[in-house]
Design a binder for this molecule. Sequence first.
Ligand SMILES: [Zn+2]
Length: 170
Amino acid sequence: MRAANGGGPSRLQSARLVAAVAERGSLAVEARMHLFEKPRYNKLLRQACRSARGGDGAEICGLIVDAGCHLTFLPTRNVSRQVGHFALLRRDVRRIVAAAKILGQKVVGTFHSHPVGIATPGKADIKHAVDDSLMFIFDCTDKSGCLWKIKGGRARSLRLAFATTHENDG
Ligand SMILES: [Zn+2]
């Protein structure tokens, strides 16, 4: 009887513990997942800075694809006519999502550049993002980049690392 009474809270506690461990575990997995290809990152950062210097402050944009062992950037056209904005063409996105699927890969977010200013998602960035997706922002002022998770209308900064691959960086 006593064991049954005591079993309730203790079971609850262990359930909480399991949940906490699971959450920590998933965070660790998440941290490992945010590994980007260094050559591709360098190439896009150069492109982002070149576009920013172009005079009209153009932004570059594209999709983030989870290739299994690392994340990679797939550039798309920026079809926004507004300066300091980016918009992906639905057709481009559909094509990349389908191609990734064939390769057993997954589109997990978007990237774009900020020609001027910090690598923090703006209000419009968050509003137009798919919920629970990644967003990488290239900062052309600082020549760096930041990774964010957009979830529930909020942006949370994520840690990232770079993997050196043998991609032809031409
Ligand atoms: Zn932005």
